[in-house]
Design a protein around this ligand. Sequence first.
Ligand SMILES: [Zn+2]
Length: 192
Amino acid sequence: MTQHNAELILLHLITPDGVEHGYGSDTPVDYQAVVESDQRLGEIRDALQQSPFAGNAIMFVVFDHGFATCAKLPQPNVVLKQRGLIKTDETNKVTERRTEITAVLADKPAGMHGVLGVKSSGEFTQLGGHNPEAPHLVLITGPGYSFDNCVKGKAVADAGGHKGSHGHDPRPDSMYATFVAVEKGNQTRHKT
Ligand SMILES: [Zn+2]
């Protein structure tokens, strides 16, 4: 920060994301990762109060998602393959998708363990998923589950312990992200 005359600095503190994927959220190692990142933010804030930044800098702390814990991994592709709706080659790459997939999933998600619901691309957009490349359907899973894209094995695999994932329905509290802005005079604005 002090060596370069930068007007904008973007810094990705990635440790909490990696730790929560591996060990889930609200665990001792997760809190340790968050404390460590908080210390790094403290160092940056302290540096911004020194010359040449003092009085000229605004710090934003932004998150792009919360986290859900999971122990089971529904593998919808396994079920789709069993039903003949997709085909794969010897390397397990999907080589063919039947056009009925959308209609079958929209109609009978209950047949797939761990699938709590199916959103159309319009419903997905209403949840904030503005993406021109959005799929025709989005599968929704619930607490304790996270989708895996494997095409072979069980319809629901074991995650191998307490893990974490994002990419879920954004409405539960655990999926909220946080926004913090620290501006001139060290006033802090905060929103979760
Ligand atoms: Zn992640």
